[in-house]
Design a protein around this ligand. Structure first.
Ligand code: TYC
Length: 100
């Protein structure tokens, strides 16, 4: 997304802003609450209090926002979550949505 910023009539610069994507965690019946809190703290840099609140929101409502990032970083977060979960035998999944 390119945005032009005008300082006065003569001066003009262009800034490239990356498109941002929301990474959601999805609920399931098998991943433990402790593991979801651990994922939110280590991969999404949440405090224990924030991570617990997000995990409980996902548990109750089906999905919850873990973070908002440029596309490549969002995709990397999903890869990190899902491969760590798989390695531990959990079916935890994420989804990504453009943050319009
Ligand atoms: N529903 C899971 C349980 O009862 C906990 C859970 C929370 C799983 C959030 C996934 O993204 C998730 N153990």
């Amino acid at each position: 997304m390119e945005e032009k910023i005008f300082f006065d009539e003569k001066e003009e610069i262009s800034i490239d802003r990356p498109e941002l994507y929301r990474v959601y965690l999805l609920n399931d019946d098998y991943t433990t609450m402790d593991f979801v809190v651990y994922v939110l703290m280590t991969i999404f840099d949440k405090s224990k209090v924030e991570a617990t609140a997000i995990m409980l929101h996902v548990h109750k409502h089906g999905k919850g926002l873990a973070g908002i990032y440029p596309k490549e970083i969002a995709e990397t977060k999903v890869y990190q979550v899902e491969s760590l979960a798989r390695a531990k035998g959990f079916p935890l999944k994420c989804s990504i949505e453009r943050n319009d």
